[in-house]
Design a protein around this ligand. Structure first.
Ligand SMILES: C[S@@+](CC[C@H](N)C(=O)[O-])C[C@H]1O[C@@H](n2cnc3c(N)ncnc32)[C@H](O)[C@@H]1O
Length: 227
């Protein structure tokens, strides 16, 4: 039988060391899986480090509402894990079936840990269809939609390259719909992760931003968002 590569299959989903993983046949890059318990992201999750993460600072303090966050673009669950480790109950939404399967597998392997008890993955769905399902109140809604790299020649990290193969970039209408949906939920704020120099999501200016070396967190507190 011809290999996946010979058949023109660019990425393969399968089990490696009992982890659901994604890899490119014939390439040296290590298979990609969701590992909530360690892996490359492990050190960022250390309890004393996580509060220094810009994302956690952008979420700010919880006042009276429950410490719940809704991550509408869960991807590989890395930002969700940071928020969970910071003490938030995180509801994850993902629409891409391969990424959803990787997340579900990562969560199953982490079952019984304090981190996993803070993470809930909703069934595969497009966030824009979930207004009725996502009942607040939430402290925040988090968005990290795909954004095309500015410099096409720049060395993009392997994980991101595979993500780019699986997920499409949102057009302006989709960006608008996603932001509007996020702002319609019962939450104190909407936090949007963007590359540092990218325009704001759907060209809507944020209330304020927290800038890092490569990424920026735009925070929206609008009249439609609960004060
Ligand atoms: C840049 S990745 C997010 C990475 C994520 N923050 C992490 O830490 O791994 C964007 C993800 O959002 C998902 N996505 C984009 N629009 C969506 C929508 N309307 N509903 C659900 N998922 C969506 C994409 O499928 C993709 O997995």
């Amino acid at each position: 039988m011809a290999s996946a590569r010979e058949q023109g299959v660019e990425l393969v989903l399968g089990r490696v060391d009992d982890r659901l993983s994604l890899w490119a046949p014939g390439q040296k890059a290590a298979p990609l899986c969701v590992d909530f318990l360690g892996g490359r992201q492990g050190y960022r999750l250390a309890a004393d480090r996580v509060r220094h993460e810009r994302l956690i600072k952008a979420l700010g303090k919880v006042v009276n509402e429950p410490a719940r966050v809704c991550d509408l673009t869960a991807g590989l669950g890395r930002d969700s894990a940071l928020m969970a480790q910071a003490g938030f109950q995180v509801l994850m939404v993902e629409r891409e079936p391969v990424l959803h399967a990787l997340l579900a597998d990562g969560l199953a392997r982490a079952a019984g840990t304090p981190l996993a008890s803070h993470l809930t993955l909703l069934p595969l769905a497009d966030a824009r269809d979930l207004t009725v399902v996502l009942e607040g109140p939430f402290h925040a809604v988090f968005l990290d939609p795909m954004f095309p790299p500015r410099d096409k020649s720049a060395a993009v990290k392997q994980d991101l390259r595979w993500l780019q193969q699986l997920c499409r970039y949102p057009d302006e209408d989709e960006e608008q719909a996603l932001l509007a949906m996020a702002q319609s939920l019962d939450a104190r704020k909407v936090v949007v992760k963007r590359p540092r120099r990218a325009p704001p999501l759907a060209a809507v200016a944020a209330s304020h931003s927290l800038e890092g070396k490569t990424v920026r967190f735009d925070v929206y507190t609008s009249p439609s968002v609960r004060k």
